[in-house]
Design a protein around this ligand. Structure first.
Ligand code: BV8
Length: 231
């Protein structure tokens, strides 16, 4: 890795699995017990906001459990950013705050953040560490809006896309960690990095949907693979 300068790292639910947070598409994943159409689309929120709020309230409660801490993979990425001479950008699909708590600073949450809420009226984003209920009116507007989770649902535009595309176009190394490569546009980032001439590496428990697109793939738990890769 000596001649690598700019590093872009994409993370998914697999990097937080060993911190105790469920993934989505594993056998014990979130989508095994609840349907995307019922909790992770704007239509679901319009149809039954209380159901959607309850889904995110439960995940927020779990994230705020003191037992849920950044793991060795999150910590290794923060160390890489600190010690690496060139730019390191972590683009996460995760809505938890474990990268922040591990010390990563160059971080973009392309699918939003569980500990933030957004007003449906004026768009204000506020920190939230408690239950969100339907009548949580926004203090900033004329009270017409209510607070929704500040996350990106299916059919909604992911956040920070211009900044992400620019980083991919300049990447020398692209590392994908703990993602199944099912969800776009994140699943297409490896292609963009390849076109930019970057070396591409997948670190995942098992081959992802896009495994064949990577120059190198290492399979195993993130808490073993990531520290070893960063060394
Ligand atoms: C959009 C946030 C357009 C909330 C999520 C082509 C192009 C563009 C869009 C599409 C397209 N084709 C289809 C679409 C639509 C859709 C999509 O991709 N659908 C899929 C299902 C086919 N995409 C969208 O709707 C996106 N929006 O494109 O908008 C647009 C354009 C202009 C204007 C308006 C709109 C929005 C997608 C974002 C949806 N929100 N989450 C929340 O978290 O509740 S996505 C959801 O999947 C998750 O939240 C997660 O972020 C994402 C990816 O999941 P993973 O992180 O990969 O998790 P998964 O469980 O799948 O995999 C875990 C992996 O870890 C596994 O491989 C496992 O082996 C591994 N693992 C497990 N344990 C470990 C481990 N690895 C290492 N160590 C371990 N211990």
């Amino acid at each position: 890795m000596a001649d690598m300068q700019s590093i872009v790292i994409l993370t998914g639910a697999g990097i937080s699995r060993e911190s105790g947070l469920a993934t989505f598409r594993d056998a014990d994943g979130i989508w095994a017990t609840v349907r995307i159409e019922d909790v992770a689309t704007p239509e679901a929120f319009r149809r039954n906001p209380a159901r959607v709020q309850a889904f995110y309230n439960a995940r927020r409660r779990q994230l705020l459990d003191p037992a849920v801490q950044p793991n060795a993979a999150h910590i290794a990425l923060a160390r890489l950013e600190r010690d690496w001479p060139g730019p390191v950008l972590v683009v996460t699909q995760n809505i938890d705050d474990l990268h922040e708590r591990a010390g990563t600073r160059g971080l973009l949450h392309m699918h939003g953040e569980l500990l933030k809420a957004r007003c449906t009226g004026c768009g204000r984003v506020v920190p939230v560490t408690e239950e969100l209920t339907q009548d949580f009116a926004c203090a900033g507007c004329d009270g017409t809006g209510s607070l929704r989770p500040d996350v990106v649902w299916f059919g909604e535009m992911p956040m920070h896309m211009a900044e992400i595309e620019q980083a991919l176009a300049q990447a020398d190394l692209f590392v994908s960690i703990g993602t199944s490569g099912n969800v776009y546009p994140a699943a297409g980032f490896v292609d963009e990095a390849r076109r930019a001439g970057a070396r591409t590496v997948e670190l995942n428990l098992e081959p992802s949907e896009g495994a064949r697109l990577f120059d190198e793939a290492r399979h195993g738990p993130a808490t073993e693979l990531v520290p070893a890769f960063v060394e």
